[in-house]
Design a protein around this ligand. Structure first.
Ligand SMILES: [Zn+2]
Length: 374
């Protein structure tokens, strides 16, 4: 299915209550809501594959013989203006017309009406560094994108106005839309994410969604998609780590807190009983409102880090890079997982869960206490 993106009117309305959980672009996502004509906003491999080449330009990287000047000359001039940013947080610009900002490793595309702080490029630069530190991966390593040119795509609907930009997808495409309460959600794809201006505001989102989507972007550029549980787990784990590191409240994660009489969004007792069976069931399933992949994912990534070390996602990525598979090929994903960790990874996870997860909950409670979590 062809996705529409960038224009608010075409972004699918989804239940707002699922904002965190559905904010992610690494797998199939069911459309909910009442719009009969709703299209999936998800970046499925299939959807990307179906998308025809969006540019007539040669997407091959510039050869060494090409001088920078020639490359610049060959590049069509984007129709939209560049937004100049002051670098100061206190300067807030309401974007007058669709425009962009080009950094060294990313391009920000601003929707008309978005309210943007003058330091947004610096903020993104800091997030890039922090995400790379969490996982020991680099955004510059986009081997998967380069090896799969059919996945290279530039912003089409929003970005037909930007057709001179980023045709090799070397830079991250970051779309910043103006938030309105219409049910639209953030998402990510191999090389593109959609965020709202509000995601950068301390009093509303406080950066957690930026951390989440940027983590997807870091991972998805590097290998075949590891499926909902691992990809969402990776994004939530990064979100959790970076919110704690930066002293940011993350109330979304309360949905996983299930001690002290709290009832979680999803009853995870089945995971405890048979982790591998539940991995297979959840990974291959359609997404549902209680978000089992997220509940499994945050537990699993916390366990993987504690058990196999801080470079576990790097190892997973390196192992996955040896193969090519679809995001719903659970057999292959489990093969990659076991090869990168150990054959008995699920048995160990089952043993870790009761105390390991309780410790996560207690740690979460302690970190959230200053924000009023009791
Ligand atoms: Zn996600």
């Amino acid at each position: 299915m062809r996705r529409q993106y960038g224009k608010k009117a075409t972004i699918l309305a989804l239940a707002l209550s699922l904002c965190l959980a559905t904010a992610c672009g690494s797998g199939e996502q069911e459309t909910t809501g009442t719009e009969a004509e709703a299209v999936t906003t998800k970046a499925t491999t299939e959807a990307v594959t179906e998308a025809p080449a969006t540019t007539e330009m040669d997407t091959a990287p510039a050869t060494e013989e090409m001088t920078e000047e020639v490359t610049e000359e060959q590049r069509p001039v984007p129709n939209e203006p560049q937004l100049s940013l002051s670098g100061k947080h206190e300067d807030v610009t309401e974007v007058k017309e669709t425009s962009y900002y080009e950094g060294d490793s990313f391009i920000l595309y601003f929707e008309k009406g978005a309210k943007v702080h003058g330091d947004i490029a610096e903020v993104i630069g800091k997030v890039i560094k922090e995400e790379e530190e969490v996982y020991g991966l680099s955004y510059a390593d986009a081997a998967y994108l380069r090896a799969n040119p059919e996945y290279l795509w530039v912003l089409e609907e929003f970005g037909s106005d930007f057709n001179g930009l980023n045709n090799d997808s070397e830079k991250l495409n970051i779309m910043i839309m103006h938030y309105t309460d219409d049910g639209a959600i953030e998402w990510s794809d191999l090389n593109t994410i959609l965020l709202f201006d509000e995601d950068f505001e301390a009093e509303t989102n406080g950066m957690k969604t930026v951390y989440h989507e940027m983590a997807h972007l870091l991972r998805l550029r590097q290998s075949s998609n590891l499926g909902d549980i691992l990809e969402e787990g990776i994004a939530i784990y990064a979100e959790d780590q970076l919110c704690r590191k930066n002293g940011i409240a993350n109330w979304d994660l309360v949905q996983f807190y299930d001690i002290d009489g709290y009832q979680a969004n999803y009853d995870a007792s089945g995971i405890q009983q048979d982790p591998e069976k539940m991995f297979r069931e959840i990974n291959g399933a359609e997404r549902s409102a209680d978000q089992p992949a997220y509940a499994y994912g945050i537990r699993f990534l916390t366990f993987l880090h504690e058990t196999y070390g801080a470079d576990v996602v790097k190892k997973l990525t390196e192992t996955a890079s040896k193969y090519s598979f679809e995001y719903d090929n659970t057999d292959m994903i489990i093969k990659v997982l076991k090869e990168a960790t150990s054959e008995d990874v699920f048995e160990r996870f089952g043993k870790w869960l009761p105390e390991g997860w309780k410790a996560w909950c207690e740690g979460y409670k302690a970190y959230m206490k200053p924000f009023g979590f009791e």
